[in-house]
Design a protein around this ligand. Structure first.
Ligand SMILES: [Mn+2]
Length: 489
């Protein structure tokens, strides 16, 4: 795809300019959403390919910065028409991709009422108030919504059924980029086997891996890198119930674009669960005030980000009183404030309210198993082996006596296996038990239980209340609580 690279004769040529852009207004168009991302652009390009060579892609309201960089080099490979060339009165077929909201089409939402047919193709989000409805559309309205990681996956699945259509390398690469960016290279929780199959097919269509590694990553400008380093230096992290939330206040001499990318990078690099980042710049015309006065009004952008693993955080609700919006785990707001100390106080307040949003921590007593299998110190290892085998457990609590449940130690499956190997199954349990027992209490929270298992590299923890064993927690129990892959869930 580089300009000077020779094009081997056996490669399929890009589809354009198979057809010179017609002088008249396009009649069939695919609209991307506002601040067009890779998924919206790629789904639009793929859908236009399915519709036919006359169909054009229209980007109605701005593009994401990464997409802008990409398009500045690759624009000519795709049938993109300027939105100013569109005469809405002649539109026949309009498709909307990667959104179902009128609000995300800018002024192009007004065009829908002129079209004979409207197709909405999207992959996420539950229905909302701003969904395109029959009333918004002059002709027929069809919805295609499916639960996959990228809208482009739905388009690729249609392309896969059309052997008559040969994707260009640029098209295959763009569609692959879309699946990579929307699914975090198949790692986000929303990823489905269908996304992976679509991506595999695009690789078979010769999607360019070098382009993907160049553009799929959200790389930072020099200024963003500097701010990121400030952010990492100045962040204050508060930990409650094992959840870490950082607050960051950055002052910049002028308004800085792309702080969301800085916030996201800080979240990942510092390995925290959530953060609130405020960037503060002097308000008003940037050039007119080269030296901002101390007391001038400040322009404040607040960005909230949380890891997908964090349940319960909702920045969207939290930022609503400040006119902000977004998703539960990624939202922003912009406001004016009179000084930085006010901003710092607001950020601290927001961090406090994140902790208030969280569900109460899960405690040992909430998920411990109370079906305790125990033996006494004077029973033999052979008897212990039989008890263990019958219970299907991997370890046993050793209690003082059948009537006295005080824990005196534990023995593991390995201990029993060892005693068997050494032909010592007739010896009493008390000679084998680990007396230094690592245990938890009924009110130990999940994150501490997990650290104890991991730090001590053990598979089970007795839950002790006033000296007595009241429960057992295993690694599987922890995996289930954390919604991680476990053999039982
Ligand atoms: Mn998408």
């Amino acid at each position: 795809m580089t300009a000077n690279a020779p094009t081997p004769a056996n490669l399929p040529q890009p589809p354009l300019p198979t057809q010179p852009p017609s002088q008249s207004s396009p009649v069939d168009i695919v609209l991307t959403h506002a601040t067009c991302d890779f998924d919206s652009l790629a789904a639009a390009v793929g859908l236009a390919r399915l519709r036919g060579p006359h169909c054009r892609v229209v980007i109605p309201a701005g593009v994401h910065s990464a997409v802008r960089r990409y398009l500045s080099l690759h624009k000519s490979f795709f049938p993109i028409a300027d939105s100013k060339l569109v005469d809405p009165h002649v539109l026949r077929w309009v498709a909307v991709v990667d959104t179902r909201s009128r609000k995300r089409l800018g002024t192009a939402s007004e065009w829908l009422k002129h079209a004979d047919e409207v197709l909405v193709l999207d992959h996420h989000a539950p229905p909302s108030e701003s969904d395109i409805r029959d009333e918004d559309v002059g002709g027929s309205l069809e919805y295609v919504i499916d639960d996959v990681g990228a809208a482009s996956t739905l388009v690729v699945e249609r392309l896969m059924k059309r052997p008559d259509i040969h994707l260009s390398r640029a098209e295959a690469t763009l569609l692959a980029l879309a699946i990579h960016t929307d699914t975090g290279s198949l790692s986000f929780e929303n990823t489905t086997p269908r996304d992976a199959a679509a991506l595999a097919w695009l690789l078979a269509q010769r999607a360019c891996q070098r382009s993907i590694s160049q553009f799929a990553r959200n790389y930072l400008t020099t200024q963003q890198q500097r701010l990121l380093s400030h952010a990492l230096d100045s962040m204050e992290v508060k930990v409650v119930n094992g959840l870490s939330v950082a607050s960051i206040v950055l002052e910049t001499p002028a308004f800085v674009k792309g702080m969301a990318a800085v916030a996201q990078s800080a979240l990942e690099l510092a390995d925290i669960d959530a953060l609130v980042l405020a960037s503060v710049s002097p308000s008003g015309r940037r050039k007119a005030q080269p030296k901002p006065q101390e007391n001038s009004t400040k322009q404040v952008s607040i960005i909230g980000r949380a890891r997908s693993r964090v349940d319960g955080v909702d920045f969207s609700t939290l930022f609503q009183p400040y006119g902000g919006g977004g998703h539960a785990k990624a939202a922003s707001a912009s406001l004016k404030m009179s000084d930085v100390s006010q901003v710092t106080a607001l950020v601290e307040d927001l961090v406090g309210r994140i902790f208030d949003q969280l569900p109460p921590p899960v405690l040992a007593r909430d998920f411990m198993s109370t079906n305790i299998v125990s033996v006494t110190p004077m029973q033999t290892m052979g008897e212990a082996s039989a008890v263990l085998f019958e219970s299907g457990h991997t370890g046993l609590a050793v209690v003082r006596s059948q009537d006295n449940g005080d824990l005196v130690g534990v023995i593991s499956r390995q201990d029993i296996a060892l005693s068997e190997k050494r032909k010592l199954l007739h010896t009493p349990v008390k000679g084998w038990l680990a007396r230094k027992v690592i245990s938890v209490s009924p009110i130990t929270p999940l994150h501490e239980i997990e650290s104890k298992l991991v730090d001590n590299n053990i598979g089970r923890l007795p839950v002790i209340d006033e000296g007595k064993v009241v429960g057992i927690i295993t690694r599987s129990d922890v995996l289930i609580q954390r919604h991680l892959c476990s053999p039982f869930a």
